[in-house]
Ligand binder design. Structure first.
Ligand SMILES: *Cc1c(COP(=O)(O)O)cnc(C)c1O
Length: 468
């Protein structure tokens, strides 16, 4: 299995090369050169298997010869063994046709664990084989950093340094990062905002001597391996609801477009997903695009669903490439234009085929709280603010045929957003038992000014200590 860039000017790579590179050299994203596809009989054969086994089979279609099947299966078993539910990603039925797919039973209570737990192990495996060591750096406004830290902690060939804006993440989010006291984990609170953190990470990557010296790497959401590791839960849930002998629809709270792209990939591989529904908050660029081919960036506004406070959905480039008939030149031109002007005039035919398959709805903060209240009153099950955008979108936009079940991706545990929960339903959901002592645990983090020299010195000191 080889991977090509959506912008057509980077050399093809194998799975391991794509895993370690992240972004392609031409600025594009890697996609499989050809899509694997399963027959109905092959889908049926996966029904009822343990989650880790399905994950190994599906991800194995994308690793090609890069990873021996036994090693991949062991990594998958290990990755999901620590989840708080034996089914890993259980379905909870909300009404006659709607089912919540709980993706929040991992260590940090958000769906990013589903891919990140496997990614940490894939990295370690590839680096051990090559005899290499890398330093992963990243910036976070909340969920991504903690999922990356949990995935990388105690892995022998990785150091990880995560920058977060001092005093601007929720206490749960901060503590999920800073109470991980593993020797290879470095938390830095930057005296600045999230954009400052992101700029500092970009500046570290742009500092070529530093980048080489530290072997910098990233585990951000454009990494193909993360998309691949998100496909299995759509397979498992669709099979449980009758696929491939019955079509299903999915509804996904969407920010960077990685999660819903994985659902699209499952469809591309032959799983009968009839419709892909997108839940958005007030940062509704994707919904405007689907309704009126209006892909125009506006300033990001904060909302109750912070992991969706995004204007540029980086994984959208992969879908665009497909919808343009895999025309890399056209994709590159549109992406360049979008970067320069903040607008993307997608050709009419490509927009029509996208809008025929994807539907989207956006909720403001009040509507989000009202939806949390409504679902809780009707079912006793409380969606977090991200998931609530998708339950509402599912109700508004589900296929006309009531026989088609709708899978709603439940991307975070409501206890991660206790303030929104309290405003919506008047109670603060309890953290699961394994995290109940989060507020008693010791924290460790450095507080540093918004200064590249100071940050680089801290990252270097951290990496050198561990290499020694
Ligand atoms: C990251 C995240 C999202 C958005 O997922 P994308 O793959 O970026 O579209 C939605 N909900 C939660 C809770 C998240 O952490």
């Amino acid at each position: 299995m080889r991977y090509i860039s959506t912008r057509g000017e980077a050399p093809p790579r194998d799975f391991e090369g794509v895993l370690l590179a992240g972004l392609a050299e031409d600025g594009g994203l890697f996609v499989p050169e050809t899509w694997p596809s399963l027959s109905p009989a092959e889908w049926r054969a996966l029904r009822g298997l343990p989650y880790a086994e399905v994950a190994a089979r599906i991800v194995g279609l994308f690793t090609g010869g890069s990873i021996p099947p036994d090693a991949l299966e062991a990594m998958c078993r290990d990755a999901y063994a620590g989840f708080g539910h034996a089914a890993v990603a259980p379905l909870v039925q909300l009404d006659a046709r709607t089912h919540a797919l709980e993706l929040f039973h991992g260590p940090t209570l958000a769906f990013k664990d589903m891919a990140m737990q496997l990614l940490g192990r894939l990295f370690d495996h590839a680096l051990t084989k090559r005899g290499e060591r890398v330093t992963i750096v990243g910036a976070t406004s909340g969920d991504t950093g903690s999922a990356a830290i949990e995935a990388c902690r105690d892995r022998s060939n990785l150091d990880i340094a995560i920058l977060h804006p001092l005093g601007r993440t929720s206490a749960v989010q901060r503590r999920q990062m800073t109470t991980v006291l593993s020797g290879n984990v470095c938390n830095i609170a930057v005296e600045g905002d999230f954009d400052d953190c992101q700029d500092l990470v970009k500046a570290m990557f742009a500092d070529a001597p530093f980048r080489r010296e530290m072997h910098l790497s990233a585990v951000n959401s454009i990494n193909w391996a993360r998309v691949a590791a998100q496909i299995p839960y759509y397979v498992v849930s669709a099979l449980a609801l009758g696929a491939p002998d019955r079509p299903v629809a999915v509804s996904v709270p969407t920010g960077n477009f990685g999660n819903v792209l994985a659902a699209w990939a499952a469809r591309r591989m032959g799983l009968p997903i009839e419709h892909l529904i997108i839940g958005s908050n007030r940062n509704d660029i994707l919904v405007r695009f689907l309704l009126a081919n209006d892909m125009s960036a506006r300033p990001v506004e904060p909302s109750h669903s912070p992991s969706m406070d995004i204007q540029v959905s980086s994984n959208f480039e992969r879908l665009l490439f497909e919808m343009l008939g895999r025309d890399a030149t056209a994709t590159a031109a549109l992406m360049r234009g979008f970067r320069e002007s903040g607008r993307m005039p997608v050709p009419d035919a490509a927009w029509r085929s996208t809008a025929a398959l994807f539907r989207g709805a956006a909720l403001d903060d009040d509507a989000t709280l009202a939806e949390m209240r409504r679902v809780h009153a009707a079912t006793g099950w409380l969606p977090d603010p991200h998931t609530a955008t998708a339950t509402a979108a599912a109700r508004a936009l589900a296929p006309a045929d009531p026989g088609i079940p709708v899978i709603v991706a439940a991307t975070a545990h409501p206890a991660k957003f206790p303030d929104a929960a309290e405003r919506a339903v008047g109670l603060r959901p309890a953290l699961p038992a394994r995290l109940a002592d989060l507020f008693e645990r010791e924290e460790r983090f450095a507080v540093l000014p918004r200064d590249l020299g100071a940050i680089e010195a801290a990252v270097r000191g951290h990496a050198l200590r561990n290499a020694a």
